[in-house]
Design a protein around this ligand. Structure first.
Ligand SMILES: [Fe+2]
Length: 154
């Protein structure tokens, strides 16, 4: 456990990470759902690209949840608990073709901003491990957002 950080500060970092976990869970399912539902002339390459993204996002969910545990807090046991605190919206319908890429790009950039915000909180409490982890998440998300944008550009 991270004994160099006070219990109340650890709790605050874990709360920020739990909110992040809620959003990343939405983004994970959305990416996987779009992987299943994508249609159009570039089906195969987009289907594979989204697979790479959801695999990476799945890993990041695990790392975030395990960091919450390492800080001494519990991870919400149910999906409904996470959905209540998520701020990124679920997909109600599958958008057509490249519009999916546009939607995901917006979500990835919003999540990258949240990664950064959690990192700032962690830094203020001297938790460099969480900060490093969240910087890594933001780096991936911004790169993925660029790749999504490039599929839309002419
Ligand atoms: Fe698949």
């Amino acid at each position: 456990m991270a004994d160099n950080i006070s219990e109340s500060n650890r709790r605050q970092i874990a709360e920020a990470l739990t909110e992040y976990l809620a959003d990343v869970t939405i983004v994970y399912y959305k990416t996987h759902g779009f992987h299943w539902n994508i249609e159009g002339p570039n089906f195969y390459s987009l289907h594979i690209m989204l697979e790479k993204f959801y695999e990476e996002i799945w890993e990041s969910m695990d790392e975030v949840a395990e960091r919450i545990r390492a800080l001494g807090e519990k991870v919400p046991p149910g999906l409904s608990d996470l959905l209540k605190i998520a701020s990124i919206k679920e997909a109600e319908t599958a958008p057509k073709g490249l519009l999916m890429m546009q939607v995901l790009r917006g979500d990835y950039l919003a999540l990258a901003k949240k990664s950064h915000d959690v990192g700032v909180i962690a830094t203020s409490f001297g938790d460099t491990i969480t900060t490093d982890m969240m910087t890594e998440k933001a780096t991936f998300l911004e790169k993925a957002a660029w790749m999504l944008q490039s599929t839309i550009n002419d």
